[in-house]
Ligand binder design. Structure first.
Ligand code: 5GP
Length: 207
């Protein structure tokens, strides 16, 4: 297999509460693409409505730590007391088979991937305003006042890392944001270094 036939790794990231999960779901609901979602592993308890193997692989801290020792993660982070990580083998296999793989992960983990996978595409999701982010964190109802302030303070620091990403997408409306991400993925495919090998006979052949 040629290197440039490998699938594209797309990393969707951004501060807590910006709506990464909702935008990712909207993206996958759009039917004109062939994207694969990389299900992460976590030690946090399952929330009502979540399914093991669909939303996350829910594992114990011991299992998670064993996987760290076995070098089984592309990246992992401790986030508000729980571990989250991207299982390496599945992502590698999907990419080798030529599939597009989407990671939806927090900012520190995304930057770790950046240092390892040079040709991945990094998208930073931002809220339309700081107020919109705090309203969202409050209305989500999963946080108390203290954790809302901690997450907002963390978000302030994370905004400063946006310049390390390839694209910034505003989540003013979930479907618009998903649509912009799809446009980015299409444009990435058309990039010369990714697509020129397909047109080799045209470009190198006799006219
Ligand atoms: P939640 O507990 O709300 O599902 O997720 C908390 C945060 O962890 C979110 O920002 C989510 O994007 C992030 N996250 C989910 N999976 C991973 C992962 O595999 N690695 C990293 N670094 N972050 C993750």
């Amino acid at each position: 297999m040629k290197l440039n036939e490998r699938g594209l790794l797309i990393v969707l990231s951004g501060p807590s509460g910006v709506g990464k999960g909702t935008v990712r779901k909207a993206l996958f609901d759009m039917d004109d693409h062939d994207l694969t979602y990389s299900v992460s592993m976590t030690t946090r308890p399952m929330r009502p409505g979540e399914k093991d193997g669909v939303d996350y692989y829910f594992v114990s801290k011991e299992e998670f730590k064993k996987r760290i020792e076995d070098n089984g993660f592309l990246e992992y982070e401790e986030f508000f007391g729980n571990y989250y990580g991207t299982p390496k083998d599945k992502v590698e296999q999907q990419l080798d088979e030529g599939h597009e793989v989407v990671l939806e992960i927090e900012v520190q983990g995304a930057l770790k991937v950046r240092s390892q996978v040079k040709d991945a595409v990094f998208i930073f999701l931002v809220p339309p305003s700081k107020k919109a982010l705090s309203d969202r964190l409050i209305s989500r109802g999963t946080e108390n006042d203290d954790t809302v302030s901690i997450r907002l303070a963390k978000a302030e620091k994370e905004f400063k890392l946006a310049h390390k990403y390839d694209y910034i997408v505003v989540n003013d409306d979930v479907y618009n944001a998903a649509d912009r991400i799809l446009a980015i993925i299409r444009a990435e495919h058309a990039k010369t270094e990714r697509s020129i090998y397909k047109y080799k006979s045209l470009i190198e052949g006799d006219i």
